[in-house]
Design a protein around this ligand. Structure first.
Ligand code: HEM
Length: 223
């Protein structure tokens, strides 16, 4: 029951992440204007945020290649990453798990470095820098610990670090879920002053939930 709940939650989060990646690709390709849709959605509930949307959109438009690399590799990472946690796929298709795992680390490095660029080098707000650097470093280091562990035959440690790794990726979706509540609660503080706060909140929640899951399931894994 608990496992089914976690899986359903993860599928919804991954779905939302993939949708936001596709929407951003369409916006960069100028197929669809995200600005108009977001303005309409935010205008009534979050008017202060709505006023800043065109400037946020401009930031992505000014960095098209980095944004495209970041969101396409990030979207693929979420979809493929979820499959790695399925015990039936892992047990029945061990080769797929291995190759997909290697590919995922490559995707994470591309997405992570591009994400660090967007949030540290070319941020919309300076408040993005610290949380992005923190999450970016975690996103690059956790897979190294996970892969080293499995090479040494430590499967339990491999599993735990892969959960932490995936939690950082999923955190980007949690940011988008908790963000509107923080913007609403902090109103009329300008969005540019609290972007970083939404990043910290989303990433910390995601990593903490993963940590609780790791600790609760640790005993069962070792049995
Ligand atoms: C791996 C899964 C990830 C996915 C699917 C993803 C997706 C996205 C998308 C779609 C955007 C554009 C935002 C929009 O359209 O409003 C974005 C922006 C951004 N991402 Fe990621 N991302 C992922 C991981 C990361 C990681 C690990 C970092 C940390 C280095 C990061 C840092 C950023 C930053 C700083 C921005 C610009 C600010 C913003 O969120 O609007 N992302 N990401």
């Amino acid at each position: 029951m608990r496992r089914a709940l976690v899986w359903s939650g993860l599928i919804v989060l991954v779905g939302l992440g993939v949708i936001s990646a596709v929407v951003r690709v369409l916006a960069i390709a100028k197929v669809k204007s995200v600005t108009d849709a977001r303005l309409v959605a935010a205008a009534t509930m979050l008017p202060d945020y709505a006023a800043e949307i065109p400037m946020i959109e401009q930031g992505f438009a000014d960095n098209p290649s980095v944004t495209l690399i970041h969101v396409t590799t990030g979207g693929l990472f979420l979809m493929l990453g979820l499959l790695q946690f399925s015990p039936s796929i892992r047990n029945r298709h061990r080769q797929f798990h291995r190759w997909s795992g290697r590919f995922l680390v490559g995707l994470a490095y591309l997405s992570g470095v591009a994400g660090i660029w967007l949030g540290v080098v070319a941020p919309y707000s300076p408040t993005e820098r610290a949380p992005t650097a923190m999450a970016g470093v975690m996103f690059l280091i956790t897979p190294i610990i996970a892969v080293t562990s499995v090479r040494r035959g430590n499967l339990a440690r491999h599993r735990e670090w892969m959960i932490r790794f995936f939690a950082v990726g999923v955190g980007i979706v949690v940011i988008r879920i908790v963000g509107p509540f923080i913007i609403w609660f902090m109103s009329p503080t300008p969005f540019r002053d609290i972007v970083g706060l939404t990043f910290w909140a989303g990433w910390i929640i995601s990593v903490l939930v993963a940590e609780v899951w790791i600790r609760r399931t640790r005993a069962r894994q070792l049995r």
